[in-house]
Design a protein around this ligand. Structure first.
Ligand code: CAA
Length: 383
């Protein structure tokens, strides 16, 4: 087992860190305060290849592996979690299923601009009545005059207001449950497609989240991803990969909070000495470091396994569950170490604390990750 990153991975990580700290971190507080979408960050990241990291070079992507992706995404997340989720959704939830399940024409049409940050993608699975129980979705699809007609609405869609195209899941026949679901690439200019309510959120405020309304929305037959009825499996397999991204986002947020709190603890004095000299603070720093290291190992393992072409359902869920709970723990402790300053908007720690929470919710709650892990563990027993 080799825990040392190779030269390429070390280089891309350093490049991402330099870029994130110079270009992204200085703007993060203002974007958060104004809940302003990070358009310029996305454009710059597109130029660097970060918006389509695992797409092949011949389709305009960076042609890199999943480990490179998580190394870059951790650095972007440490600088601005809102920018990071925008990047993660475009890479994993939009480009991911097209690369895996799309035909050649779909790849040629949808990969290049989205991989280069010229266009942005989203993924629309959740509905008002189906979040965790994704197979219970009720958005319908019918085939009429050679076109698919979609009716329904989707909620909590990351990138929703800014997306140029969205992977949408709809059912042909509710009685078939998950087997009745298909996936479609729906462009924002499709007739009957509109953006609904834009969410105001606790954290990741600079990322955009909205509902999407499909009112007799017309989708060309050639925009169906996979076969009719394959949609649920496409959704689940896409989320396996997406969960590595959210785990990484959590790791980056936690790492940023830890770095800030550690430095603060060495500078802030109380009772005549830096607070880092107190064992109660040291205990916190030790627990924070431990949580982050364990999270990183789980994230890297899931990424490495994906690069080997292995099944990652359990490992991605473990990485996401552990890293998101670690981020919530670490950011809470960071606020505590900073005391009143941790609660103040003067410092970034309160933003890290707010941003961390969503990682325990989207792309499958912690409860769903536990369910996925338990099911896989039980399957392993009978294998
Ligand atoms: N890969 C491929 N296929 C899979 C799979 C996977 N990871 N998981 C399940 N399947 C297949 C199963 O093999 C089964 O296939 P067969 O019919 O051939 O047997 C089929 O899918 C149904 O599987 P289950 O019986 O396990 O399905 P279920 O209804 O019990 O649901 C669940 C499973 C894990 C609870 C699933 O519904 C789930 O993951 N829920 C959470 C959804 C979620 O994460 N939503 C977030 C949306 S994205 C988002 O957050 C917004 C954003 O923009 C960031």
């Amino acid at each position: 087992m080799d825990f040392k990153l190779n030269e390429d991975h070390t280089m891309i990580r350093q490049m991402a860190k330099d870029f994130a700290q110079k270009q992204i971190a200085p703007k993060a507080a203002e974007l958060d305060e104004k809940a302003q979408f990070p358009t310029e960050n996305i454009r710059q990241m597109g130029e660097l290849g970060f918006m389509g990291m695992m797409a092949p070079a011949e389709l305009g992507g960076a042609g890199l592996d999943t480990l490179s992706y998580v190394l870059v995404l951790e650095e972007i997340s440490a600088a601005c979690a809102s920018t990071a989720v925008t990047m993660s959704v475009n890479n994993s939830l939009f480009l991911g299923p097209i690369l895996k399940f799309g035909n050649e024409a779909q790849k040629k049409m949808f990969i290049p601009d989205f991989a280069q940050g010229k266009k942005l993608g989203a993924y629309a699975l959740s509905e008002a009545g189906s979040g965790s129980d994704a197979a219970a979705l009720i958005t319908t699809v019918t085939l009429k005059d050679g076109k698919y007609i979609l009716n329904g609405s989707k909620i909590f869609i990351t990138n929703g207001p800014d997306a140029d195209a969205v992977i949408v899941f709809a059912t042909h026949d509710k009685t078939k449950k998950h087997k009745g679901i298909s996936a479609f690439i729906v462009e924002k200019n499709a007739k009957g497609f509109s953006v609904g309510k834009v969410e105001k959120k606790l954290g990741i405020k600079a990322s955009s989240t909205s509902s999407i309304i499909l009112d007799h929305c017309e989708v060309p037959v050639q925009n169906r991803l996979g076969e009719e009825g394959d949609g649920f499996k496409i959704a689940m397999s896409t989320l396996d990969n997406g969960r590595i991204g959210i785990a990484t986002q959590a790791l980056g947020i936690g790492q940023a909070a830890f770095a800030f709190a550690t430095k603060y603890a060495t500078e802030r004095e109380a009772f005549g000495q830096p607070i880092s000299q107190f064992q109660l603070i040291q205990g916190k720093l030790a627990d924070m470091a431990l949580q982050l290291d364990a999270a990183r190992l789980l994230v890297w393992r899931a990424a490495w396994m994906r690069d080997q072409g292995m099944k990652i359902t359990k490992e991605a869920a473990m990485a996401k569950l552990f890293a998101s709970e670690a981020a919530t723990f670490v950011t809470k402790e960071a606020v505590q170490i900073l005391g009143g300053y941790g609660y103040s908007r003067e410092y970034p720690v309160e933003r890290y604390f707010r941003d961390a929470k969503i990682t325990e919710i989207y792309e499958g709650t912690s409860e769903i990750q536990r369910l996925v892990i338990a099911r896989e563990v039980l399957k392993d027993l009978v294998r």
